[in-house]
Design a protein around this ligand. Structure first.
Ligand code: 6GU
Length: 227
């Protein structure tokens, strides 16, 4: 799978995408990520990418030409499954969306800044608008890193058995059950005896119950939801 990411802050994306799992995916050739500096197509001596908004109001807007030039260039090299704009007014991101996007070949991610990008770019190019939650980030870069990580780890061969994506919280709209490791007792706190019983079927049943209980207590909204 290949990601192209357009940003005015390429440095912000280097480090989050170089940690162990993402790096392993890249080393195995399962995942490629190219970060493109929008300023390459900035206008004039100062390589301008934004301007004041029509109608007045605080905050700059990313203008059409630099982004359009970059998207046009990249679109000649690849056919995108989706052109995604990261924005707080987009569709809320879910595991179901991550699963669906992980089936694609090429994704283009556009990181907004300031007040965002000119609406005409969204109308012209963008096929999917995503928000990663109900809070505001200063730009789309961290959200783009969230997408690359959450999609990248679903690609076949990226995770080993221990970190299998199938048992994650949210994979079946359930939170994960509690987990324990040695020692069996610590500061007077014992590990639930069932986990030491060696009774695989009973352990599996216990985990399911715990996952359901946790979901009911913490995220009742997840119950009965479909992907
Ligand atoms: Cl995708 N972008 C920004 N700037 N803020 C956000 C977001 C995205 N998702 C949640 N907050």
């Amino acid at each position: 799978m290949h990601f192209d990411i357009i940003t005015v802050l390429p440095d912000l994306l280097a480090s989050p995408l170089s940690h162990s799992i993402m790096q392993r995916a890249k080393d195995k050739g399962l995942l490629t990520v190219e970060v493109h500096d929008l300023r390459e197509f900035g206008l004039g001596k100062h390589r301008n990418v934004d301007d004041y908004q029509f109608g007045g109001g605080a905050g700059m807007v990313m203008r059409c030409e630099p982004l359009a030039d970059m998207i046009d260039k990249l679109s000649k090299e690849r056919t995108y499954d989706e052109i995604i704009y990261l924005t707080p007014d987009g569709e809320r991101y879910t595991q179901g969306r991550a699963n669906q996007l992980s089936l694609g070949e090429n994704l283009l991610l556009i990181c907004g800044h300031y007040k965002g990008i000119d609406q005409r770019l969204r109308d012209e190019y963008v096929t999917l608008e995503i928000s990663i939650g109900d809070y505001v980030l200063s730009g789309g870069e961290l959200a783009a890193a969230v997408l690359v990580d959450s999609i990248g780890r679903l690609l076949p061969g990226v995770l080993n058995d221990e970190t299998s994506a199938l048992t994650d919280s949210f994979q079946d709209n359930l939170l994960a059950p509690p987990v324990y490791t040695r020692p069996a007792e610590w500061r007077g706190r014992a590990v639930p005896p069932i986990l030491l019983s060696g009774h695989t079927a009973a352990i599996e049943e216990w985990r399911e119950e715990q996952a359901e209980q946790r979901t009911r207590d913490r995220r009742p909204d997840l119950f009965g939801e479909e992907d």
